[in-house]
Design a protein around this ligand. Structure first.
Ligand code: GTQ
Ligand code: FE2
Length: 374
């Protein structure tokens, strides 16, 4: 016998009882939820938010005194938890942003996982992260990749702590239910050499014949601040304008350094407000140097060195620097592009500012914010 529509009994109940019967059978009527499910434009639960360096750093330092690095916790990391995401430790629905603190002469043990990570160094010196045997030195302004399923441990040889920004695709991989994790059999993995990945790219456009390369991510694991600086200067000389932006790419493919999110650097020059743009997907911005403000959906976010903020999907965003400023950013754009979901547009009119973000409290209205000012 096949599937028979006549064989089953009919239900004769009123509408309220009918709705109850649906719920009891784990069914939901689309007609009640269609507008929520498919709004005309993205209505993100990710909220525009900002974490001040001055609020986070003292707590990271205190964590340095209270927490030791042992198997289990593995890392001294403070996740930037978006208040829109119901207590999840995620900065947006796709991106993990965090500050990691590694004390003098400490090591964080070796492990690997399917989430890809990047480190953008904020302060400190004399630290290296070993990535599959390649000891990558970390200095302020450097970007270090620890891509999908690569063994990694962090080691501080100096007398000073180091603080860096961690960006991961962990929320995305949580949704995709594809997270695997493994501890290395030893506390630290063996080191094969120092900055080996850079040696493979000693000349622009030159590469050892037949050199093997990973397919899932960039073969270059360390992007030095000096190279970023040179490229930003060259871009500014060529283009001028209030904003120059670069992307950290896989030198072999021109694609993103890791496949699941983009790494970018934006240099803002003072005196001009950038045009308002919106795009699908979220971004996490890390202020490396300089100060300024960004307006996100009409709310003003003031920032300075070490501050971190997140822009939700389809939010109107513009920036203005008070002094020359460098914003490092990660974004889920590569995923949206691969799925043909990426859209961006520039608004013809600038945004009016309707309120100011108050750190720790969130957005307040213009009237409230003036009352709160002291
Ligand atoms: O340094 O290996 O922020 O595994 C989250 C998970 C950092 C790390 C994070 C991690 C790491
Ligand atoms: Fe890790």
């Amino acid at each position: 016998m096949g599937i028979d529509i006549h064989h089953t009994h009919t239900v004769e109940v009123g509408y309220d009882e009918f709705c109850g019967a649906l719920a009891a059978r784990d069914l939901q009527p689309l007609w009640k939820i269609a507008r929520q499910l498919m709004p005309e434009v993205p209505l993100p639960t990710t909220q525009a938010w900002l974490w001040k360096w001055d609020d986070v750093l003292p707590l990271a330092k205190r964590a340095g005194e209270l927490i030791t690095l042992e198997r289990g916790g593995d890392r001294r990391v403070l996740a930037l938890a978006n208040p829109g995401l119901k207590g999840l430790p995620f900065t947006s629905t796709t991106l993990w942003g965090a500050l990691q603190y590694l004390g003098p002469h400490e090591s964080a043990p070796a492990h690997r996982h399917t989430p890809s990570a990047i480190r953008f160094v904020l302060t400190g010196s004399g630290v290296y992260t070993t990535v599959n045997g390649d000891a990558c030195d970390m200095e302020p302004g450097d970007l270090i990749l620890t891509p999908i399923w690569n063994w990694h441990d962090h080691n501080n040889r100096s007398d000073e702590p180091m603080v860096w920004f961690d960006g991961l695709d962990l929320p995305l991989l949580t949704t995709l239910e594809s997270i695997f994790f493994e501890n290395h059999p030893d506390q630290l993995q063996p080191v094969e050499g120092n900055n080996l990945s850079e040696q493979g790219f000693a000349g622009v456009g030159l590469r050892e014949m037949g050199a093997s390369s990973p397919v899932a991510h960039s073969p270059l694991l360390r992007y030095r601040r000096g190279e970023t600086e040179r490229t930003l200067e060259a871009l500014h000389r060529a283009r001028g304008g209030a904003l120059v932006s670069l992307e950290y790419v896989n030198p072999l493919t021109g694609g993103p350094a890791v496949s699941t999110f983009a790494c970018e650097m934006h240099r803002l020059y003072p005196g001009t407000r950038t045009p308002t743009k919106r795009k699908t997907g979220s971004s996490v911005y890390v202020v490396f140097q300089g100060s300024g403000r960004s307006v996100i959906n009409g709310v003003r976010f003031d920032w300075g060195p070490g501050d971190i903020f997140v822009t939700p999907s389809w939010a109107g965003v513009d920036h203005e620097a008070y002094e020359r400023a460098d914003l490092f950013a990660i974004s889920d754009r590569p995923v949206l592009q691969a799925l043909h979901l990426y859209r961006e547009e520039e608004l013809t009119e600038g945004q009016e500012i309707s309120g100011t973000f108050v750190p720790l409290k969130g957005a307040t209205s213009a009237a409230d914010s003036s009352r709160n000012e002291h």
